[in-house]
Design a protein around this ligand. Structure first.
Ligand SMILES: *[C@@H]1O[C@H](CO)[C@@H](O)[C@H](O)[C@H]1NC(C)=O
Length: 213
């Protein structure tokens, strides 16, 4: 039996990676109206500070879905035991699919909204509108970017049975939610504020690299 605890997923697990592996050029600073205080090729050093703790993670009861998707990802040929299952490119699609939020190759916003509203713990409900807004912003941005590149949809990755689309949305939603974290869930610490300002300046939407095809 799956306890509520093991059904709790961290919505922002890959955040640090998303924020700091994707360093864009300084051009972003010029176009987003900020002062360009950072040199985007020189991300601030945080030593062992855990950036993912800056926006408190909402507890979400995903029931048996987490176990199911961990097993699914571990069964794939590309599974690498050195990485957590949630970091696998097919993990987000599995989570969305198993919660009824991913149908016919796209994320069903109405289902996502209801799911978050019904399954995020009461004390964390304040973040639901932020996450919903992040989904909307990210899906719009990713689709526009794809369209601009003449990409209709991403095909399934050979041998894995998932397309990278859901994981792109997932990574973007994590980063976007971090940037718009409700004050009630934000850790007022200088490292957190530096990380946020750096990301605002240097990691523009969609926050994740979109594969070329
Ligand atoms: C930003 O950092 C890079 C790498 O250290 C350096 O080559 C570049 O000159 C710096 N740009 C500015 C504007 O300081």
């Amino acid at each position: 039996m799956n306890s509520v605890l093991s059904g709790v997923v961290k919505y922002l697990p890959v955040l640090a990676a998303v924020l700091f592996e994707i360093i864009t050029t300084a051009d972003a600073a010029a176009t987003n109206g900020m002062m360009g205080a950072f040199n985007c090729s020189q991300p601030p050093k945080f030593d062992n500070f855990d950036i993912s703790k800056c926006c408190r993670l909402p507890n979400i009861n995903l029931g048996s879905v987490v176990d199911k998707c961990h097993k699914h990802v571990k069964s794939l040929k590309s599974h690498n035991a050195n990485y957590p299952a949630y970091a696998h490119v097919c993990y987000p699609e599995c989570i969305y699919r198993e919660t009824g939020s991913f149908i016919d190759g796209d994320i069903q916003m109405e289902t996502v909204r209801n799911f978050l509203q019904n399954n995020i713990e009461q004390r964390d409900k304040i973040i639901v509108p932020t996450i919903v807004k992040s989904f909307e912003t990210c899906m719009t941005n990713i689709k526009n970017t794809m369209q601009a590149r003449g990409i209709k949809s991403y095909p399934k990755i050979d041998g894995l049975g998932c397309s990278p689309y859901a994981s792109m949305v997932y990574g973007c939603v994590n980063a976007e939610t971090f940037l718009h974290c409700p004050p009630e869930m934000w850790q007022e610490e200088s490292s957190c504020n530096v990380a946020k300002n750096f990301a605002l300046q240097c990691n523009p939407l969609p926050h994740v690299p979109l594969p070329m095809i």
